[in-house]
Design a protein around this ligand. Structure first.
Ligand SMILES: Cc1cc2nc3c(=O)[nH]c(=O)nc-3n(C[C@H](O)[C@H](O)[C@H](O)COP(=O)(O)O)c2cc1C
Length: 273
């Protein structure tokens, strides 16, 4: 819920905010030509701030978001398709991490930028649970191993097809191919009753994974961990995430050991119509 506040000295009555609003709740006052919120439509505002973003003159604020709180877009914000294409293609799933702590400020920066990922209805309700204690991460990983052992007993076809036999054998030999001894684990979770939460969490972690290399970090999705956290009560309990929340993705991160010199080829399945 929000309403527009116009600095009438700065407003040029160019209607850009009216055209931009995704909910179409900004209109021009028929007498003054100054933008205003459509009568009784404040509760439809997404608080997305597009009206603030699109105004060249900084004339518009929302009751929930002042223009002064919103950074200007840097003129060179778009590095171009060559640079950005290479950056995206050169991202790799990192499974060997340096035995080095990731500074809290780096993780805070990572999350701060990730918070700009799109969320359904601009709900911004993705919740992050971050583990940075290697002993605790090991305890959580042990739950995954126990779950895999139970799966091998109770549903051997699934267990074997997902290589749980090899993974549990490796664990017994001291090799962690579930969380790869990552120093940091980030779980995205949120309210189950919001139909967009799962997608918003996946998008947020995708952004996070792409931001990570710019901070010197490497990361990898932890699919086994997430699957276990979604279905195995002992891990769920150990995470202490409220029942009303779903767990929708996990990323392990840390400083990468390896440097990559080539970009493995990938395919795109496209049907043009
Ligand atoms: C949803 C999802 C779950 C994944 N789970 C795991 C995992 O549990 N362990 C792992 O080592 N890699 C995992 N990965 C990483 C993939 O194996 C990896 O993306 C793929 O091999 C391609 O490599 P690249 O990311 O370096 O291009 C996962 C990736 C995704 C998208």
């Amino acid at each position: 819920m929000s309403a527009v506040i116009i600095d009438t000295d700065k407003c040029k009555k160019d209607k850009l905010c009216v055209l931009e609003c995704p909910m179409k709740i900004i209109t021009l006052n028929s007498d003054t030509g100054i933008p205003e919120t459509v009568h009784n439509a404040e509760n439809m505002c997404l608080n997305c701030g597009h009206c603030i973003a699109v105004c060249p003159y900084g004339a518009l604020s929302l009751t929930s978001m002042k223009v002064e709180e919103c950074h200007s877009v840097a003129p060179n914000w778009n590095p171009g398709i060559e640079t950005i294409g290479n950056y995206f293609k050169a991202r790799r799933s990192i499974r060997r991490f340096k035995n080095k702590t990731v500074e809290k400020e780096i993780l805070e920066k990572l999350i701060e930028i990730t918070a700009y990922a799109p969320t359904g209805h601009n709900s911004q309700t993705v919740e992050y649970l971050i583990f940075t204690d290697k002993e605790i991460i090991k305890e959580l990983t042990l739950h995954v191993i126990n779950w895999m052992r139970e799966m091998l007993n109770n549903a051997p076809d699934i267990g074997k097809s997902m290589h749980f036999d090899m993974i549990t054998r490796a664990w017994a030999l001291g090799v962690d191919v579930v969380m790869h001894n990552a120093p940091v684990v980030i779980i995205a979770h949120g309210k189950k009753n919001n139909p967009n939460t799962a997608t918003s969490c996946a998008i947020a972690l995708t952004h996070l994974e792409l931001i990570a290399p710019a901070l010197g970090l490497g990361s990898c999705w932890a699919g086994y961990f997430t699957w276990c956290a979604m279905t195995y009560p002992p891990l769920r309990k150990a995470l202490s995430i409220p029942d009303c929340n779903g767990i929708y993705g996990t990323i392990m991160t840390g400083y990468p050991m390896a440097k990559y010199y080539r970009i493995p080829k990938r395919k795109a399945l496209v049907e043009w119509r």
